[in-house]
Each structure stands twice: as structure tokens, then as C-alpha cells.
Design a protein around this ligand. Structure first.
Ligand code: SF4
Ligand code: F3S
Ligand code: FES
Length: 231
């Protein structure tokens, strides 16, 4: 099947403003948007710039706006995009080139929530044991692949990029509710801020955007509740 790909292009070194590039690709219905982008880059215009790694929905590096919605290019099938497929870089991020955005501010927010196990006790000889029930408590948020689709779909984030954003809160949730961890209070204090969880207005865009089907808004709500109960 033939599909027209409309791609938002921008090279800050030579373009004054972004422009739309149009390309016709010949694809199978079961090809992914990533395959169509590869076809353009490899056979039509080598200057097209995008980021991807695993091509199987695991690494989180190819989040972009596809027909108006945040998604991973390697997970959207061409049979679902229509005759014209519009592809843009993630919103509210500095464009490095074409579909590649500067992820550093996003990862700075991730690092700010101390996304690692904190436990000062001497570790046991083998491992820190955990019951299946205790593991279940934060199972959903372990699925996050840090693709930024949630944070860049959030109107609160569009309005104010000081907001720590749903992805960082999801990552904090993963450790706050881990009963082997001792850093929950510190993380809750970090998130109890006007640019922390309280900037979330329960818009739910993040839930729709998440390619891992994480209930992001529920996780944020649990962190808000923990702040009210613990601090
Ligand atoms: Fe991506 Fe979902 Fe993690 Fe947000 S919560 S960064 S959308 S995987
Ligand atoms: Fe934004 Fe999601 Fe909250 S879209 S306002 S982080 S529920
Ligand atoms: Fe890794 Fe799409 S390329 S998630």
C-alpha cells in the first residue's frame, strides 16, 4: 500500500523555521511507522534524522507525535495510520534535528527523584527477599521505559516545563512503594512542591500516551495521597 508521510523537518543549523517534508512510501499493512521512516532515510533522503534503537517497544527512544498522538514509531502499524501519516517531534522539547529532541531536561527530572534503591542496612548474604504481594504494590510502574510520551503529552507540562512531569513521578512511585527501600520520605519531600505532583491536574493525557499501558494518573494519585499521609 502507498502512504504519504508528512514529516516535520527542522535543522537548526540551516533552517529558519520548521517545514513539512512529504514522501510517498510503499509499505506492507503490517509494517510499522518506523519501517516507513527507515525507507525514507535509507532510500529517499538520508538527511532525515530520527532516534531509535531496539525497534521492538523496549528501549523507549523513538517516541514521537504520530497523527497528533504521542506513540512509539516501532509500535504503530501502517494499516492504522490512514493514507496520510503525519509525524512530528515530541512537543515542548528543544529540537536537535528533525524528530530528535533534547532529552537532557527530561532525564534531569528523572535523576531528581532518586530513581534507585536506597537502603543503608547491611545486605543479606544472598538477596533482599520480598513477598509477591509487596512486589505487586509497584508492579505497574516497573514497566516504564522512560520514553517521555507521557510528560510531553501533558498540558500542565506544555504550560510550564518546570513541572517534574508524570514520567519522573512514575519512576519515584516504583521505589516509594518498594518495601525494601528506605528513601520514600526523601522522595515524597522532593515531589511535595508546586512543580512536583501538585502541578498535575488529572488530565489523563499521560495514560492515553503511555505505550506500556501504565496507569500513570493512578500512580500520581497514590504519590499525592502518600504525601498527605506521611509528611
Ligand atoms: Fe513512557 Fe509510560 Fe514511562 Fe511515561 S510512564 S515515560 S509514557 S513508559
Ligand atoms: Fe498531566 Fe497526566 Fe496529570 S496528563 S495533568 S500528568 S494526569
Ligand atoms: Fe526502541 Fe521503539 S525503537 S522502543
Amino acid at each position: 500500500m502507498k502512504v504519504t508521510m508528512r514529516i516535520r523537518r527542522f535543522n537548526p543549523e540551516k533552517d529558519k523555521k520548521p517545514w513539512w517534508g512529504e514522501y510517498t512510501v510503499d509499505v506492507e499493512p503490517t509494517d510499522r511507522v518506523l519501517d516507513a521512516l527507515h525507507q525514507i532515510k535509507w532510500y529517499q533522503d538520508g538527511t532525515l534524522t530520527l532516534r531509535r534503537s531496539c525497534a521492538h517497544g523496549i528501549c523507549g527512544s523513538d517516541a514521537m507525535v504520530i497523527n497528533g498522538r504521542n506513540a512509539l514509531a516501532c509500535k504503530v502499524l501502517m494499516r492504522d495510520v490512514g493514507k496520510v501519516c503525519q509525524v512530528e517531534p515530541l512537543r515542548s522539547m528543544r529540537i536537535v534535528k528533525d524528530l530528535v529532541v533534547d532529552m537532557e531536561p527530561f532525564f534531569a527530572k528523572y535523576r531528581a527523584v532518586l530513581p534507585y534503591l536506597i537502603n543503608e542496612e547491611e545486605p543479606p548474604e544472598k538477596e533482599r527477599l520480598q513477598s509477591p504481594e509487596a512486589r505487586e504494590r509497584f508492579d505497574d510502574t516497573t514497566k516504564c521505559i522512560l520514553c517521555a510520551a507521557c510528560t510531553t503529552s501533558c498540558p500542565s507540562y506544555w504550560a510550564n516545563q518546570d513541572y517534574i512531569g508524570p514520567a519522573a513521578i512514575v519512576q519515584a512511585h516504583r521505589f516509594i512503594f518498594d518495601d525494601r527501600d528506605q528513601g520514600a520520605l526523601e522522595r515524597l519531600q522532593i515531589l511535595d512542591d508546586r512543580d512536583g505532583v501538585w502541578r498535575c491536574r488529572t488530565v489523563f493525557n499521560c495514560v492515553q500516551a503511555c505505550p506500556r499501558d501504565i496507569d500513570v494518573t493512578k500512580a500520581i494519585g497514590e504519590v499525592k495521597l502518600a504525601i498527605l499521609e506521611e509528611l
